[in-house]
Write a new protein. Structure first.
Ligand code: ACO
Length: 341
C-alpha cells in the first residue's frame, strides 16, 4: 500500500484577476430512466444490498438504455441549464464537456452537443479528468471568461459509466451509474467595492504515479477498444479523503475564507463514507454536505453537476451562498472550485 502524503504538486495560481467573473446562471441535469437497484446487482454478482449500502451508501443508480449515449444525456442537461438561464444555444460561445466515456473516439462529444443545442459558432471541446472532470472543465471555462475570450459558456459533466464497467467484477460494478449535469456561466463585471460573486477560484492537481489505481484495460492507441474498468478501491479511498480535504483547504485559504464561511459543500459523490469523512475533516454539520450518491451512485464527471442541480432545484442553494466543490478521480486528478452564488 502506498503512503498517502497528499498533494506534492501545487498550483498556486488561484485566479486571474481581470475584472470579469463567471456567474452560474443556470443548472440542469439528465438521468436515464432505468433504475438499477442493489437487489438487481445481487442477482448478477456475489453481493448484497446490505454490503453495498453499508460500504458505499449507494441504494440505486441509473443505467443508460441501448442507443442512449453520453451526448444524449449531455444535451438534455445542457438544454435544461440553458432554459433555467433564460437563453438559447445560439447565445453560447463555449462548451467544455468533461467525460471519460465519449460517444466516439473522435470527434469530441462536445461538438455533438454543440450541434444538438443549435449553437453554430463558438468553441466546443472535451476534457478528460475522470471523476474530477467537471471541476477541470469549470476551471478551463472560468479562465477563458476571465481572459475575455468568451462571454457565455456551458460546462457539462456527462458519463455512461455502464459501458466501461466489468459487470462480472463485484469490486467495481456496484459503484457506478450514468447521468449528466450542466451549468451555464456568463461573464459579469465585478462591481467595485462589492465582494466578488461567481467562481472565486479553481485549484487543480494531477499525479500520474497513481495512474493504475483506477484504469481501463484498453484504449484506442493500445488495444483499439475502450476496455473495462479496474480499481483498487481501498487505495483510492485513502487518497480521496486526503486530497479532497487538502484541495478544499487550498480553495478556502486562497480566498481568505475558512470552513465556517461555507454554506454548502458539493463533493464528488464516490462513496458516502468518503463524503462524510470529508465533512468531518472540514468540521461541517452534515446538513451542509450535499449527498446524492445513494440514488446516483458514482457518475464520475457528472456527479457534482448532478448534485448541484438537485440542490439548486430544491431551493437549498440561494444567492450569496458560498459553495465548495471538491473532486478526486482516476489519474489521480483532484481539485476544487469555490463559488459565491
Ligand atoms: N459485495 C460484497 N463484498 C465485496 C464487494 C461487493 N460488491 N466488493 C468487494 N467485496 C469484498 C472484498 O472482496 C473484500 O473481501 P475479502 O476481505 O474477503 O478480500 C471485502 O469486501 C472488503 O473489501 P475492501 O476493499 O476492504 O472494502 P472497503 O471497505 O474498502 O470498500 C469500496 C470498498 C466500496 C470500493 C471502497 O474502498 C471505495 O469506495 N473506494 C473508493 C471508490 C472508488 O474507487 N471510486 C472510483 C472512482 S475515484 C473516486 O471516485 C474518488
Amino acid at each position: 500500500m502506498t503512503e498517502v502524503t497528499g498533494s506534492e504538486v501545487r498550483n498556486p495560481a488561484a485566479a486571474v484577476t481581470t475584472g470579469w467573473t463567471a456567474r452560474v446562471t443556470g443548472c440542469g441535469s439528465a438521468l436515464p430512466e432505468r433504475r438499477m437497484t442493489n437487489h438487481e446487482l445481487a442477482t448478477m454478482v456475489d453481493t448484497s444490498d446490505e454490503w453495498i449500502a453499508q460500504r458505499t451508501g449507494i441504494k440505486e443508480r441509473r443505467i443508460a438504455a441501448d442507443g442512449e449515449n453520453t451526448s444524449d444525456l449531455a444535451t438534455r442537461a445542457a438544454l435544461a441549464a440553458l432554459k433555467q438561464a433564460g437563453i438559447s444555444g445560439a447565445d453560447v460561445d463555449l462548451i467544455v464537456l468533461a467525460t471519460c466515456t465519449p460517444d466516439r473516439t473522435m470527434p469530441a462529444t462536445a461538438v455533438r452537443v454543440q450541434a444538438a443545442i443549435g449553437m453554430t459558432g463558438g468553441i466546443a471541446f472535451d476534457v478528460q479528468a475522470v471523476c474530477s472532470g467537471f471541476v477541470f472543465a469549470l476551471s478551463v471555462a472560468d479562465n477563458m471568461i476571465r481572459l475575455g475570450q468568451v462571454r457565455t459558456a456551458v460546462v457539462i459533466g456527462a458519463e455512461t459509466m455502464s459501458r466501461i464497467i466489468d459487470w462480472t467484477d463485484r469490486n467495481s460494478c456496484v459503484l457506478f451509474g450514468d447521468g449528466a449535469g450542466a451549468v451555464v456561466l456568463r461573464a459579469e463585471r465585478q462591481e467595485a467595492g462589492q465582494p466578488p460573486k461567481g467562481i472565486l477560484s479553481t485549484h487543480l492537481h494531477s499525479d500520474g504515479r497513481h495512474q493504475d489505481k483506477i484504469h481501463t484495460d484498453g484504449g484506442t492507441s493500445s488495444t483499439q477498444t475502450a476496455g473495462k474498468m479496474h480499481l483498487e478501491g481501498r487505495e483510492v479511498f485513502l487518497h480521496a479523503v486526503v486530497n479532497l480535504a487538502e484541495a478544499s483547504q487550498e480553495a478556502l485559504a486562497a480566498n481568505g475564507l475558512t470552513q465556517a464561511d461555507l454554506d454548502w459543500v458539493i463533493p464528488h459523490q464516490a462513496n458516502q463514507r468518503i463524503v462524510q469523512t470529508l465533512g468531518d475533516k472540514l468540521h461541517l454539520p452534515k446538513e451542509k454536505v450535499v449527498l446524492t450518491v445513494d440514488h446516483h451512485g458514482n457518475t464520475s464527471a457528472a456527479s457534482i453537476p448532478l448534485a448541484l442541480a438537485e440542490a439548486v432545484e430544491d431551493g437549498r442553494i440561494k444567492e450569496n451562498d458560498l459553495v465548495l466543490m471538491p473532486a478526486m478521480g482516476s489519474g489521480f486528478t483532484w481539485g476544487a472550485a469555490l463559488i459565491r452564488w
